[in-house]
Design a binder for this molecule. Sequence first.
Ligand code: PLP
Length: 407
Amino acid sequence: MRPVYLDNNATTRADPEVVQAMLPFFRDNFGNPSSTHDLGAAADVAASRARLQLQTLIGAELDHEIIFTSGGTESDNAAILSALDVLHDRTDIVISAVEHPAVLTLCAHLEKTQAVTVHKIPVDRHGRLDLDAYRAALTPRVAIVSIMWANNETGTIFPLGKLAELAKEVGAFFHTDAVQAVGKTPMDLKSTAIDMLSLSGHKLHGPKGIGALYVRRDVPFSSLIKGGRQERDRRAGTENTPGIVGLGMAAELALKSMNDVATRVKSLRDRLENGIVQAIQNATVTGDPLARLPNTANIAFDPIEAEAIVHLLNREGIACSSGSACTCGSLKQSHVLSAMKVAHSAVRFSLSRDNGEADVDRVLEVMPAIVQKLRDCPSPGADRVSAEDVQRNLASAAAEQAAAHEP
Ligand code: PLP
């Protein structure tokens, strides 16, 4: 059975060209970019090239507006903490209710440990930001607004240009977590009011453990990681040269494949959604129908727990994910779907340029029977089918089968 990978918002396969570009920087070109000898200079030149490749992808004005980090989480933390440090007389942060934990958890921590007020702006049933609540939260007390470019679960895209301009009116910094959007949608940062942007290598067919924070040239920045003078004093620590080179190559390839994602991958995604909605009753596509990433489908199959579907799809060799996260053995509802109040849980299929028609066909082939099976076996007395119920039912069915075959 050929595996089908439809979990590209979780992570992507590194492109073979990315891996190829990185290899020399583990072997022959292993120099430290800070060293003044030839080996060091070669590593420094490679990092400069990667900075240019990223600059081109996101439409930054200057290459040194890019700071390399360890990934999206670090970039998000660095942006928010920098703003609080630079604008230290301001106490408020504005975020959306559907941010990634990289932003939400940091903000919750800041609220607990510092004199910081966090305004979490609600979203509607399509995941669209409540603009009135956003405007009301913007006061001269706000140090930073951090709103994601696109949501990782539903793919809903926020109207960033407008949001950034409104933030500027009260003198706040505007940061966006664009980890899911970079490489999937065209960007021209120099023509926006966005001050800072986070991105991550492993979401765009690059390596894990590398990312970047874009900081517009006129934005004062306070480094999160203190130490040496790397990255123009903005991120201490010896650079991850292989990762940086891989990220640069991933950016170059992402730019080349942007059209493919916008057309072929989008039409695969649409075929998957339409096929499921037509074949399965009460399957609901979530997210903004008008402004959504081209690769993401988030579909609720109430009352079934998405985790149960993900589990059975996995047995068929299909990898996708659920909007509910399993913590300590109990299912925790997705904060994104909670904020949208549309469904209890949903299955996320996220495609990439690696996918083809056969992948979609395979899902459409197995999905109706999986959903039927789960809808047919609710646990007694329960008004909703939970993953635990399903696993219990499947385990007892397996035990019954085993007993029937005992000599
Ligand atoms: N922000 C968003 C929207 C994400 O989807 C992710 C990863 O899932 C992150 C941040 C964290 O990125 P990283 O894994 O590079 O730390």
